[in-house]
Design a protein around this ligand. Structure first.
Ligand SMILES: Nc1ncnc2c1ncn2[C@@H]1O[C@H](COP(=O)(O)OP(=O)(O)OP(=O)(O)O)[C@@H](O)[C@H]1O
Ligand SMILES: [Mg+2]
Ligand SMILES: [Mg+2]
Length: 600
């Protein structure tokens, strides 16, 4: 069940947190000032002691956490509500405007998304508002993204499914009931595999499979905005937007793995073009169900869909970030442990979570106290889904995030997993597309190169797309746009670098000027600005190295006595600064320094 956003309360902790931080800082510096005249503790020593104290505290916390983990087993099941990317609402022809920002790009499919800048209450039909006499008209096209999602989640699509009414009164639900699929959902028995690269908890090993009990189609509710103490505004644009609810089995046992599961589900839904936006824009919301039980004991009475021996669950509704999922589960687990350890009983209830908080808070009482009076919707006929449609959609499904990871870390691209993951996830797939453009151009330029060089080029391209270009975007606070640095330019830059015609630092300078709008072709730019590497002779390197050494003989001694090779970098930096721009190659400079400093 969906609940409106709760804005009140969110402000409190945030507004005080900076003050709490600076108060702590102020205290310790004051303590320092007063202690200086008497104890004369040098600042560095004080800082070291503080750091040691913090480390000890962290260790204690970790030990306590581990002790509680040994004693209590956490169980989590997740429900995800995702807005489908459709042109109309679920039961009316009311159109949904194309998003002007923040959507998942234009995935295969209908390409529409609810715009965040819509005028409130402008996209509503009579049925959406439950006007008397209005009738539902199931919009068959809304089923397509739902099916793509269910197929991508390896579900068995049900040949016949039905819609039911779930009754409750709330101002965001004009009909007094939500149309959902309670008894016969359209998809069942799927699963999602989570790997170590998805960020699962180390104690879960390198792979966790989470079964998906079912995926059901249902209506979204209106959006409400609270203006305490007594005003609440309602925007019905969202009402009856098609949603899927994905329900996992209670098979997750760590908070990090629960967050990884939600992140992975979002990535899968995004990759098959099923959804409008991600959690950050409210297109995906998660409810987490949390219970604990003593390890080795199954005395508790709760069971769920054939899994028995579970502890009493509580449900935390409407989480809107991966971090919130993890933090809310940690807080709720600790609360339940405290209740049971003090001899209390965990009540089945619905709880809420405020970002930045350390505790979940009770929203509604006992589970089961609400009687939704589910009944089949008499106005909507059963949904029949043919095998032919399923097999066509299955055949058209784009590569899954896992197969993309396998491809990118495989021999053809050879990317480290830490580069492959963000490439896939950033900018709704646009970064990956750009990367592939760069690699394709590189392979055209170096058409005669062997497979090993192709992999080297692909690895270099990954680094430049992600870290160098990404770094410039972060520094200038600009959003992703493939035109800022044309793929052609970046490919030629990487090619020149790989062919050792320019140094790494020259490449960075050139990237920055292309980023700032220089549109000359890279070979021309390098030629005109005299940036091509004219290798220095050995004598020239030695002269530069000797000049750098003369600047800091003490450091030379240190390096020699303690064999501190790491400190050679300082001299390399000096040589790069004093040498002619773009001509000093760092590895060669280091080689000469080694000879002069360490081997003499
Ligand atoms: N004892 C338990 N501990 C942890 N998770 C549980 C437990 N029992 C059930 N769950 C999880 O709770 C979720 C129940 O979702 P489901 O949609 O079936 O029911 P619901 O929460 O009553 O429905 P809704 O919130 O949509 O009205 C599932 O993800 C399931 O895995
Ligand atoms: Mg549910
Ligand atoms: Mg629920």
């Amino acid at each position: 069940m969906l609940r409106p956003w709760r804005v009140s309360g969110a402000f409190r902790f945030y507004s005080y947190r900076p003050l709490i931080r600076s108060a702590q800082f102020f205290d310790s510096s004051r303590a320092l000032q007063t202690s200086v005249p008497t104890d004369r503790v040098p600042l560095r020593k004080q800082l070291k002691q503080d750091a040691k104290g913090l480390k000890a505290q962290k260790k204690l916390r970790k030990e306590a956490e581990e002790a509680s983990r040994q004693k209590w087993e956490l169980t989590v099941g997740v429900e995800i509500h995702a807005q489908l990317d459709t042109e109309t609402k679920l039961f009316s022809r009311q159109s949904i405007p194309i998003a002007d920002e923040g959507g998942f790009g234009s995935p295969p499919g209908t390409g529409a998304a609810t715009s965040t800048s819509d005028i409130p209450n402008s996209n509503v039909s009579l049925f959406d508002l439950a006007f008397p006499g209005s009738q539902p008209e199931f919009q068959a096209a809304t089923l397509l993204p739902a099916l793509r999602a269910a197929i991508a989640l390896k579900c068995q699509i049900q040949p016949v499914s039905r819609f039911d009414r779930k009754h409750y009164f709330y101002q965001d639900q004009p009909a007094g009931y939500q149309i959902t699929q309670y008894y016969e959902p359209f998809a069942r028995h799927g699963y999602v595999d989570l790997f170590d690269y998805d960020g699962i908890a180390p104690e879960d090993g390198d792979r966790v499979r989470v079964d998906i009990k079912q995926v059901q189609l249902e209506q979204d509710t209106a959006k409400s905005q609270e203006y305490p103490p007594s005003t609440q505004l309602l925007d019905f644009n969202r009402v009856s937007h098609p949603l899927i609810e994905i329900i996992t089995m209670p098979q997750i046992h760590t908070p990090a793995t629960a967050a990884a599961c939600v992140r992975k589900l979002q990535a899968i839904l995004q990759s098959c073009g099923a959804v409008t936006t991600g959690m950050e824009l409210g297109g995906l919301r998660a409810d987490v169900n949390v219970s604990i039980r003593r390890r080795g004991e199954t005395a508790e009475l709760c069971q769920y869909n054939g899994v028995s021996g579970l502890g009493q669950r509580t449900e935390i509704k409407n989480l809107s970030s991966f971090k919130a999922v993890e933090d809310a589960i940690i807080a709720e687990k600790n609360r339940q442990i405290a209740v049971l350890e003090s001899g209390g009983v965990v009540e089945g209830e619905t709880r809420g979570w405020t970002i930045g908080s350390t505790e979940t808070r009770k929203l509604r009482g006992k589970e089961g106290a609400v009687d939704y009076r589910y009944m089949p919707d008499p106005d909507i006929p059963p949904l029949r889904i043919g095998e032919d449609l399923i097999s066509q959609l299955s055949g058209d499904l784009p590569a899954s995030p896992d197969s993309l990871v396998a491809l990118l870390v495989g021999p053809e691209y050879g990317l480290p997993i830490d580069d492959a993951k963000p490439l896939i996830e950033l900018d709704d797939g646009a970064r990956l597309e750009y990367y592939q453009d760069v690699v394709d151009i590189l392979r055209e330029i170096q058409v005669d190169s062997n497979a090993q060089i192709h992999a080297t080029l692909a690895r270099m391209a990954g680094n430049w797309v992600l870290h160098e270009l990404g770094g410039l975007l972060t520094k200038t606070d600009r959003a992703w746009d493939a035109d800022i640095v044309p793929a052609q330019s970046l490919a030629h830059l990487v090619d020149q670098l790989q062919q050792k015609r320019i140094t790494g630092s020259t490449a960075k300078l050139v990237l920055a000027s292309v980023f700032d709008g220089d549109r000359r072709p890279i070979p021309q730019l390098l030629e005109e600005d005299g940036l091509l590497l004219r290798p220095l002779s050995r004598e020239e390197y030695v002269a530069l190295a000797e000049a750098a050494i003369a600047l800091n003989p003490q450091m030379v001694e240190q390096i020699r006595q303690k064999n501190q090779r790491g400190k050679l970098g300082w001299f390399v930096g000096q040589m790069m600064r004093t040498g002619e721009k773009g001509r000093v190659e760092a590895p060669k400079a280091e080689e000469i320094l080694r000879e002069l400093i360490l081997e003499k």
